[in-house]
Design a protein around this ligand. Structure first.
Ligand SMILES: Nc1ncnc2c1ncn2[C@@H]1O[C@H](COP(=O)(O)OP(=O)(O)O)[C@@H](O)[C@H]1O
Ligand SMILES: [Mg+2]
Length: 300
């Protein structure tokens, strides 16, 4: 299911949560990446018809979200960033209740609830109280409720925040599996979530779209600009004030630093391979090549 977003803006009082965002989402698993406050939730709330834009257009599967929100809602499942669980119900009862809310006919409810429990691998704990579920199980239950009614679009807002590394990987794999049969739109501030499982992606920063393409294309933006250099501790301040530091670690009294630069820092850096995280830092810090923001070279 394709999503078309055209010149979308959203203003909350003086805050511009989204500014002139245009984006095409083709299907599969699509990642929306950006720091806190970037506008990810705002964009998802507009796509899911829960909020109206200040200006601009969005269509989901050819249906306009402003003109025909009811038709869009019938096609989508949504897991909000803050999802309330009914702690004293068991997983089956909670899904059955949500199925009633979604107007799924009584004779189809049992089949539907069992199908989504299977899909997220929670059928064996269907009779357990939701209050005792781990973070990963709660998020899978959140996906199960979004899958009720078999929507063609699944919108999931920062579902991996708060999960431990193993739960996060399992959860990502679940979404990737679900995306074979429907479009999955996932928001996150964790680069690895997108790198591992998304075919298409976009980066939002302060309400603006700063990148759209594949994870490989994002890492290519940093190609030829990621350097590794060994520093004497005295050199740190000079380097830090001139360059965008990606990471550093101390080793035998010296500092090994990875940084972004258009020139060889101090004339003795080594060019290293760029990853998606490096590309992300490049666009977030405004160092795209086409913007001509050139970091100054320091002479050795
Ligand atoms: N209901 C609201 N009222 C006022 N400001 C809001 C509201 N929702 C979001 N914002 C502001 O809009 C900006 C984008 O927020 P949000 O879409 O939640 O970003 P993200 O999900 O990427 O963290 C932030 O500055 C936030 O404070
Ligand atoms: Mg958010």
């Amino acid at each position: 299911m394709k999503i078309f977003i055209s010149q979308l803006s959203k203003q909350y009082g003086k805050v511009r949560a989204l500014e002139d965002v245009s984006l095409h989402i083709d299907g599969g698993m699509f990642g929306l990446l950006g720091p806190n406050g970037a506008g990810k939730t705002t964009l998802m709330r507009i796509i899911t018809t829960l909020a109206l834009p200040t200006s601009g257009k969005v269509s989901v599967g050819g249906i306009d979200v402003i003109r025909d929100p009811g038709a869009v809602r019938r096609q989508l499942g949504y897991l909000p960033q803050e999802f309330g669980f009914y702690k004293s119900l068991n997983a089956y009862e909670m899904l059955d209740y949500i199925a009633v809310m979604k107007n799924i006919p009584p004779h189809q409810r049992g089949t539907n609830v069992n199908r989504v429990l299977q899909a997220v691998n929670l059928h064996s704990v269907a009779q357990r109280k939701v209050g005792g579920f781990s973070g990963g199980m709660k998020q899978r239950l959140g996906i199960a409720q979004a899958l009720l009614g078999d929507p063609q679009l699944l919108v999931v807002d920062e579902p991996t925040a708060g999960l431990d590394p193993e739960e996060r990987i399992r959860f990502r794999n679940l979404l990737a599996r679900l995306s074979r049969e429907r479009t999955v739109l996932l928001s996150t501030h964790i680069v690895a979530d997108v790198e591992a499982s998304c075919t298409g992606m976009a980066v939002l920063d302060k309400g603006k779209l700063v990148f759209s393409g594949s994870p490989q294309e994002l890492s290519r933006l940093a190609m030829g600009r990621v350097w590794q250099i060994d520093l004497h501790p005295d050199e740190w301040e000079r380097i830090e004030s001139h360059y965008s530091i990606l990471s550093s670690r101390s080793q035998n009294g010296r500092l090994q630093v990875r940084l972004l630069a258009d020139h060889n820092p101090l004339g003795r850096g080594d060019l290293v391979e760029a990853g998606v995280e490096d590309g992300y830092m490049t666009v977030i810090r405004g160092l795209q090549p086409d913007k001509q923001v050139v970091t100054q070279a320091i002479d050795a």
